[in-house]
Structure formats: structure tokens, C-alpha cells
Ligand binder design. Structure first.
Ligand SMILES: Cc1ncc(COP(=O)(O)O)c(C=O)c1O
Length: 376
């Protein structure tokens, strides 16, 4: 079976983990954590980075930093992972779900303003498939209405909007290093703090509500409980693993982007004949080889393709189920139809994309899909 994903190992992970273990300090915020922070700060110019144990944690830290109070409203696309919304629900927020664009699963920027009320506090754009939302429009809306922007950049490492790195544009940015992501540490994540007003508090929330980071830097002579927080920082074992991946980021990215482009070229004619739709990358955005999807006209066609590919021993998977009609939130949702989110829930299919996918397998998948599409 050609799997949908296979986590890539650079070969240096265990060496760095051994180094971390031998150093005698394997709890969080040690040498490898610092190396990872520096990597992102230097490469992308991020002001401040804090590794977390997941993107979910980075989103939960963001909700605390945005000072979400019960009843505050947060605008989130419906077509996203549960954590994008759940992190804010944990603090008592009411989620106002926005629809996707017609041409892309990302939030429809033109619909955001009509969702704003006096209770709105935050907008959370999700850069689906690592392809940017139109951040100029979103930041302009946020500035005019005095709102905060938390970018869910879970899938968006090394991707850009008008040359600016994703995750570095909103007030806060959240990344995932789960094993399904381009660079990974099994479970892992990072909070990027772009607005300095949040820097000090972010460190405290990260360290269980204490000022331990200041203590370690020698800025205070004892540390204690100064705010709310939790145990958001990963151990050095995870950071060592991640650093081995980061050192190979360019190699990983080049291969993944090439696979993405090969899919695109190999399936283009079916898009031209309007049998399926291929990903749309606006001129202001880049693709980062995170995931390749195709969109069918209806659920039946997608289901048929999944089962035909399974017979060819190719694993393909759909993605999010619209959150506005989820068992947990549907009774809380304000009954607006979100047509595009539902269309992407029903009709989008993701194809295998991982570093070690061979050219032979890639060509086999493209050939099979083209063949099956002729039968639709
Ligand atoms: C858009 C989005 N946000 C958040 C997450 C959560 O990431 P993590 O598994 O690192 O908590 C995911 C997971 O894939 C995601 O796709």
C-alpha cells in the first residue's frame, strides 16, 4: 500500500537526543529548545518563538494571551481542525464560524466584516495547505475594529504571503510539528509572538504561570506564581528531534514542493476539462509542499475515487468535517449555511505526499487518477 503519509527521519534525531540526554538536562527550555527558537528567529525574522508540545497548545496559549473572557466572540473558519476553535472555547468564547472562499478552503476574507459585533475579540485565519489567506485584508479589518489576529499556521511552515513568512504577520502565530507536518517531532508546535506587548506574559503562561524564564536568565533571584498558565513547553528530547529536522528544512521542502508540482502538472488536464479542481494558489501566496488536494463535483465521485485508489493500493484521505455542523457545536451555531465549507468537507481529497514518495509511485498515482477520472 502506498501510504498517505510517512514521517521523514533525517538520521540525526537519535544523535541529538543522545546529546540532550548526556547533557543531563532533558526538561524543557534547554540548549536544543534555544537552537530551535534561534533557527526560526534568524531564518524568518520572527521576533519571539516559544516551542510548545503541539499547535493545539500554541492556540490555547494564544487564547489566554488574547484575554478571552466568557461570551467574547472569535471568528474562525468552519473548515479547519477542531483545535482552532476549541482553544478559544476552553476560555468561554463563542465561536462565529466563517465560510471558506469559493476558490480555496481558506477563510472568505470578504465575509469577515459582516460577522463582527461589539463582542468580537479575535480573528483566526487558517492557512490551509500552507497557502496564505489574504493577510492585508484581514489585518486591515482587525486594525479598523481593534481586533487581534492569531494565525493558525499549523500547516504553513516555510510559506509566504507577499514575501512575508506565514505565522509572522498576525499578532500571534501557531505552528504544528505533528508527524504529519513537513518538519516534525512526533507531537510538537510553536507559538510565534509578533506583537511585543505579549512577549513577557507568553513566557509566564508557557512556564505554568511562573516567572521561571526570568529566573533562569538571572533577572530575578527567585520565581513564583505570577499569572495563569500551564505546562506548554516540550522536553529537550522533542526539541533535539525537531532541531535535526530543521537542519534539513531546505532538502525536505525542495522534495515536497517538487512532488506537489508533479501532481499539479500531471492532473492539470482534468482541471482544464472541469472534471476536478486543483489547488488555487493566489499570486500573493506560495505553496509549501504541505499537502496536495483535488476537489470533486460531489461526494459520490470522491467516495468512488477513494475506493478505486484503495484497490490500486493507494491511500487517499478526505479532510475536515465542517465544525459549524459538528456534534459538539451545531446547536450553538447561529444557523447560517456555510456552503463552501460544506463543499470542501464533502468533495476534497488529499493525495499521498511525503518526502520519501518515489517518482515511480508518484507517476503511478497520477496515472491511476487520470484513468479513473476518465470514467467519471
Ligand atoms: C489547521 C490546524 N490547526 C491546528 C492543528 C493542531 O495541530 P497539533 O496536532 O500540533 O495540535 C492542526 C492539526 O493538523 C491543523 O490542521
Amino acid at each position: 500500500m502506498i501510504p498517505f503519509n510517512k514521517p521523514f527521519l533525517t538520521g540525526k534525531e537519535t544523535q541529538y537526543i543522545e546529546q540532550a540526554v548526556k547533557s543531563g538536562k532533558i526538561s524543557g527550555n534547554g540548549i536544543f529548545t534555544q537552537k530551535c527558537h534561534e533557527f526560526f528567529q534568524e531564518r524568518y525574522g520572527f521576533k519571539k518563538c516559544l516551542l510548545t508540545t503541539s499547535c493545539t497548545d500554541a492556540l490555547e496559549m494564544s487564547a489566554i494571551l488574547c484575554d478571552i473572557q466568557p461570551g467574547d466572540e472569535v471568528i474562525v473558519p468552519s473548515f479547519t481542525f477542531v483545535s482552532t476553535a476549541n482553544a478559544f472555547v476552553l476560555r468561554g468564547a463563542k465561536i462565529i464560524f466563517a465560510d471558506s472562499r469559493e476558490d480555496h478552503p481558506g477563510i472568505d476574507e470578504s465575509k469577515i466584516e459582516s460577522l463582527i459585533t461589539s463582542r468580537t475579540k479575535v480573528i483566526v485565519p487558517v492557512h490551509y495547505a500552507g497557502i496564505a489567506c489574504d493577510m492585508d485584508i484581514i489585518m486591515d479589518i482587525a486594525n479598523r475594529h481593534n481586533l487581534l489576529v492569531v494565525e493558525d499556521a499549523a500547516q504553513a511552515v516555510d510559506s509566504f504571503y507577499k514575501g512575508k513568512p506565514l505565522g509572522g504577520i498576525g499578532h500571534l502565530g501557531c505552528f504544528s510539528f505533528h508527524e504529519t507536518k513537513n518538519v516534525q517531532s512526533g507531537e510538537g508546535g510553536m507559538l510565534v509572538i509578533n506583537d511585543e506587548q505579549f512577549s513577557k506574559r507568553a513566557e509566564i503562561i508557557w512556564e505554568k504561570g511562573t516567572n521561571r524564564s526570568e529566573f533562569f536568565r538571572g533577572e530575578v533571584d527567585k520565581y513564583g506564581w505570577v499569572d495563569i498558565g500551564s505546562s506548554f513547553l516540550p522536553s529537550e528530547v522533542s526539541a533535539a528531534f525537531l532541531f535535526a529536522q530543521l537542519e534539513n528544512l531546505d532538502t525536505i521542502q525542495n522534495r515536497r514542493k517538487l512532488i506537489w508540482e508533479t501532481y499539479y502538472d500531471g492532473l492539470k488536464s482534468c482541471d482544464e476539462k472541469r472534471i476536478i479542481k486543483l489547488p488555487f494558489v493566489p499570486e500573493y501566496a506560495t505553496q509549501n509542499g504541505h499537502l496536495f488536494y483535488i476537489v470533486f463535483s460531489n461526494l459520490g465521485e470522491r467516495t468512488e475515487m477513494i475506493s478505486k485508489l484503495k484497490k490500486d493500493r493507494i491511500d487517499s484521505v478526505f479532510h475536515y468535517l465542517s465544525l459549524h455542523s459538528s456534534p459538539y457545536y451545531s446547536s450553538r451555531h447561529d444557523s447560517r449555511d456555510l456552503i463552501n465549507a460544506d463543499l470542501f468537507s464533502n468533495n476534497l481529497l488529499r493525495l499521498p505526499l511525503f518526502y520519501e514518495l518515489s517518482n515511480k509511485h508518484l507517476e503511478f498515482i497520477i496515472r491511476k487518477i487520470n484513468k479513473h477520472l476518465q470514467e467519471i
